[in-house]
Every structure is written in C-alpha cells, then in structure tokens.
Design a binder for this molecule. Sequence first.
Ligand SMILES: [Zn+2]
Length: 316
Amino acid sequence: MVFRLFDAPLREPSQFVGFSGNHIDRQSENRADDCVETALTDRSARLLLICGGKLLLKPRDEAFDGWFGVGESEAHGARLSEAILLGVSESGPVLAAPSGLEPDHLPDTVKAFDYRSVYTQGLVDEAAVGALAQAASLLAWNVSHRFCSKCGAESAMRAGGYRRRCPACGTEHFPRTDPVAIMLTVTRERCLLGRSPHFAPGMYSALAGFIEPGETIEDAVRRETLEEAGIRLGRVVYHASQPWPFPYSLMIGCFGEPINEDIQADLNELEDCRWFLRDEVRSMLERTHSDGLITPPKGAIAHHLIRAWVDSEPAD
Ligand SMILES: [Zn+2]
C-alpha cells in the first residue's frame, strides 16, 4: 500500500455537505467547569438560541442573523443557566442556550426555523449552519441525559456542556454521537436508490441505517444494503461524512459495489427500491425528470454521493 500525504484538505468531499462549515475553535483541552460563566461575562460573547427544536433568527433586511449578545439573549428568554460553550471565534466566545420562548408566541423581532429549513434554504452562512449542528446536538444531549444512567440521580453539567457528573455515584457521562451509514450502491451504469414512505413526493435517495455496536462501517453498509434491498456488496469505500443534529448523529457516506443485482426490497422499510441509469439520475439531480422524480436537496450527503457518482467517469 502506498501512503501519501496530501496538502489540500480543502477538497475533502465532507466540506461540501450541509452542517459541515463549523469554524469555531472548540478549545476542547481548556474546558474548565466554570467556562460558561466566564464566557458569559465577556462582552463580545455571542449565542445561538434554540427554541423548541428550532433556531431563532433575527430578520435583517433580506437575510437573517442567528447570533445574539448576552443581554439580547436574556431579553429573548434565554435560559443561560443551561447554556453550553461551543468554543471561540475570531470575535470572541461562542455559546448556545435554550430559549424559554414558545415557538408559537414569539415577539416580532425574531422568527424560529426548523434545522432542515435553516440549511436547505441557506438562511444563514455555512459557518453558522455548522455551529448550529454543534449547538443543537449538544443541547439535545444535555436535555435528554439529565439523570445518571447508572443510579438515577440528577446529574450536573460540567466542562461547558461536554460532560455531566453524577453527584450521587460520581459517574461521569460524555456526549454521544450516533453513527449512521448512508450508502450508494453503484455499478458502471446504474445506482440503487430507495424511497421511504415519509419522503417528499417523488424523492428517491441512498439507503441508510444505524451502525450497530461491534460493527465496522463497511460491515454496517453491507448489512443494511442486504437487509433493505437484498443486494450483497463486495467492496465498500468511504466518501464523506456529515454532522446530522437529529438529534446527534454522524452520517457516514460510502459507495458499495454489488455482487448481485436482483433486488428484494424490504417493504416494511421502503416503499420502492430500484436501479436507476446514470442519465435518469442526472435529470433527478437537475429537477428535469419526466415523472418529477427528484434526489435529496443540495446540502444532504445523499445528494453529494449521488452527484459524485453521476459526475464520475464510468470505469472500463
Ligand atoms: Zn449516578
């Protein structure tokens, strides 16, 4: 095997997916127990505010601004005692906090958008969308892990939200990231796409499933493809990953090479699953398919897997 060091990480496919533009210096080695309190005393501190699973945005002319100062956050009902520290940017500390406001009863100064709309509609810049992924995942983990899973006592946030400590039994709990394999099975001519019942009308996408304990990424890709489509895969190749704050996943995108091509779809999981020719998939990407079939939106990692295959040179 030849191992080469590349000096151009800017071309990594992961950098083109939604939620991947986070530029915050996390300073993970410097998270003191009082780092949130210290950061909130900094006049340059900025916060993202999460409100009932949505991001609060301030309308600014034609665009939106997702960053709130500390005083401004309090004025919008932020629960600063539950704030987390994302890290430091060029302009100062960056935090996130739950807003105490109800999404249905917001003042005229703000609007609440679900995370998907924020990234698919490009409501804020890519760096802010990346910060949103970090903020939403970490806040969600803290909310859903308030009690010690060992003894049941209420735990306390530490290290800016990156740790919770149980005062009763001393156990320390750390944030989880759930890996999901998402895979595009491809041949020279065709790729395999499926349709879940909850998809938007006409949408087909790559297959996906959670990676299980004790399983490699490649084995998970092969197992899920066999379970959902009846297709056995040989070689599996990693392509890109995507932070996915629903609530705290990491999508791991791969290509797989099929050994058989006769589909046996799991109709409990999928409404339809079939092979698509390259030109048909290109028309789905470009929204010109004669039957209105489409691929997932541009920020989705499935879109990038499909686009990378469509644009690739067919191997001889
Ligand atoms: Zn405990």
